[in-house]
Design a protein around this ligand. Structure first.
Ligand code: ATR
Length: 279
C-alpha cells in the first residue's frame, strides 16, 4: 500500500517540499506520496491524530506549528527538545517521534563549502527561531565561540542563557557590532531582513569585514540578498539559504526512508522552482 508523508503548515501553498520530496520518492522508486496539508493552529491536534490513525509514515511541520506540535508527540529527540522546535516527525513502530533537522541541515549545507567549521569564530545575526536552531546545533557540534547580534539585546541574552551546550558567547546590539566584525570568520544572517519584497534592506553593514570570513544568509528569495552581495563584493565566500532548505529535507528523507538522497538533484529541483539556473 502507498505510504503517506506530509507537511503541515499555514500557509502551505508555496512550500517547495512536496515537489522536492515527490521527485525523490519517484527517483528512488519508493511507493509513497508527500502531500501538503493546510492546517490551522486550532486544528493541529486533530490533524496529528488523523495522521496517526491512518498510519502516516512521517511528516514535516512548518510555520506556525514547530513548537505547538511538541506536546502532541510520543517522543522528542534531545536536540529538538533543547531547541524547542520540531520540523520532522517519524512514525517509529506506531509512535510519533519529533526531530529538528533545520540546525543540522544548516551545518551539513555549510560543510559542503567550507572545511573545519569547528574552528570558526561565529557571529549569528538575529535571535528568533532560526537563530536558535542554528546556535544550539553549532554549540552541540562543539564550536566554542559564537556571539549573537540582535536588535533586541535581551533576546540574544536569553538565547545564550538557555543554550544547554558549553560555548562562550556574548550578546550585542546590531549598532554595537558595527566596526567589530573583523574578528569573525563565519557570519550567519538569520533574520528575514532583505527578503522579497523588501530586498534593499540589510541588518548591518559589512564595512569592516574580515576578507577570510565566510558569510551565510538563510534567505533564498532573492538568491543573493543585499547583505550577501556586500559580503561577496568584499571578497568573502558566501552561501544563501537554499542549502539549509535542501539539507533539512535530505535529513528528514533519510529518517523516513533510511536513504540519504542526492542533494544535488534536490538543489536543482528547488532552483528550477525558484526560477534560477541549474547548478
Ligand atoms: P524566525 O523564527 O523566522 O527566526 P522570529 O522569531 O520572528 O523569526 O525572529 C526574527 C528575528 O529577526 C529577530 O531576531 C528579530 O529581532 P528582535 O528580536 O529585535 O525582534 C529580527 N528582526 C526582524 N525584523 C527586524 C528589523 N526590522 N530590524 C532588526 N531586526 C529585525
Amino acid at each position: 500500500m502507498k505510504k503517506l508523508l506530509a507537511v503541515l503548515g499555514d500557509p502551505i501553498e508555496h512550500s517547495l517540499s512536496p515537489i522536492m520530496h515527490n521527485d525523490l520518492l519517484a527517483h528512488y522508486m519508493i511507493d509513497a506520496h508527500y502531500h501538503p496539508f493546510k492546517v490551522k493552529k486550532e486544528d493541529l491536534p486533530m490533524a496529528v491524530k488523523g495522521l496517526k490513525a491512518i498510519g502516516a509514515s512521517g511528516f514535516n511541520v512548518t510555520i506556525p506549528h514547530k513548537t505547538a506540535i511538541m506536546p502532541l508527540l510520543d517522543r522528542i529527540d534531545e536536540l529538538a527538545l533543547k531547541i524547542g522546535a520540531v520540523n520532522t516527525v517519524v512514525n517509529e513502530d506506531g509512535q510519533f517521534v519529533g526531530y529538528n533537522t533545520d540546525g543540522p541541515g544548516f551545518i551539513r549545507g555549510l560543510e559542503q563549502v567550507i572545511d573545519s567549521v569547528e574552528n570558526r569564530k561565529v557571529l549569528i545575526i538575529g535571535a528568533g527561531g532560526a537563530a536558535r536552531a542554528i546556535y544550539f546545533s553549532l554549540a552541540q557540534k562543539g564550536l566554542k565561540n559564537i556571539d549573537i547580534a540582535n536588535r533586541t539585546v535581551s533576546k540574544a541574552q536569553e538565547l545564550i542563557r538557555e543554550c544547554p551546550y558549553l560555548v562562550s558567547s556574548k550578546a550585542i546590539s546590531l549598532e554595537e557590532f558595527k566596526g567589530h566584525l573583523m574578528s569573525y570568520n563565519l557570519i550567519i544572517q538569520t533574520t528575514q531582513i532583505g527578503m522579497y519584497p523588501r530586498t534593499n534592506e540589510q541588518p548591518l553593514s559589512l564595512e569592516s569585514l574580515n576578507k577570510d570570513a565566510f558569510v551565510c544568509d538563510i534567505i533564498y528569495n532573492p538568491f543573493e540578498s543585499q547583505f550577501l552581495r556586500e559580503a561577496r563584493l568584499n571578497g568573502c565566500g558566501t552561501q544563501n539559504g537554499i542549502e539549509m532548505f535542501v539539507f533539512q529535507g535530505a535529513l528528514a528523507f533519510e529518517k523516513w526512508t533510511g536513504k540519504f538522497p542526492d542533494t544535488h538533484r534536490m538543489k536543482n529541483i528547488v532552483m528550477e522552482q525558484l526560477g534560477g539556473t541549474k547548478c
